[in-house]
Design a binder for this molecule. Structure first.
Ligand code: SF4
Ligand code: SF4
Length: 190
């Protein structure tokens, strides 16, 4: 739901009749946190994790979904979501896609497409991962999810090591003001 780079590939697989198993539907736990922005924009009053499973399963070119679960409670919740869900009736993939697209568009036409042209950073900052988290926070209102992700992010301290050399910004085809966004993230985490 928040990382849709592979949608064209999934669509092509569908055209070729190739089955697709989607992994990480809750984005490594990011979508296990709540966002009133997502509820309002998509008009779906469900916990975010259920919304995310429904979104992936309503894609007509996705055959199944593989969600990481570490507790019995998560397993039971996922079974309940899928058991009571009819992808043809209970969700509209096109409408949800449009809602997500509008949320991303609110960031303007300059948002990260995860191309990695900005890498490597001399300070070993994982810029694409951080820009993905920034989008999740700003476009989808997943502040708690971003905080949780940053808490276990191996290079989280490197974020503060940015020297503002702007090599990354010169290489970015989307002219993203990477330094400004990293400063905002550092402030949010403090
Ligand atoms: S501006 Fe910061 S993030 Fe970008 S390349 Fe330089 S040190 Fe790395
Ligand atoms: S070059 Fe720009 S668009 Fe590509 S991953 Fe880096 S920040 Fe994102």
């Amino acid at each position: 739901m928040v990382h849709r780079k592979y949608e064209p590939t999934i669509k092509r697989a569908g055209e070729l009749g190739v089955g697709v198993v989607a992994m990480c539907p809750v984005a490594g736990g990011m979508l296990a946190t709540e966002s009133s922005m997502l509820k309002d924009s998509l008009g779906v009053d469900l916990p975010t994790s259920q919304m995310a499973l429904r979104f992936v399963l309503s894609n007509p070119d996705v055959s199944s979904v593989c969600s990481g679960m570490s507790t019995m409670e998560m397993l039971e919740e996922n079974i309940e979501t899928v058991k009571n869900f009819n992808p043809d009736k209970d969700a509209n993939f096109e409408e949800m896609s449009e809602g997500l697209h509008l949320m991303e568009s609110a960031l303007g036409d300059k948002f990260c497409t995860w191309c990695s042209y900005c890498m490597p950073c001399p300070e070993k900052i994982m810029i694409p991962d951080l820009m993905y988290l920034y989008t999740s926070w700003q476009a989808f209102g997943l502040e708690e999810g971003v905080r949780n992700a940053m808490a276990v992010f191996p290079e989280k301290e490197n974020l503060r090591n940015c020297t503002e050399c702007r090599k990354c910004e010169q290489a970015c085809p989307n002219q993203i003001s990477i330094c400004d966004k990293m400063k905002k993230m550092t402030e949010m985490l403090n």
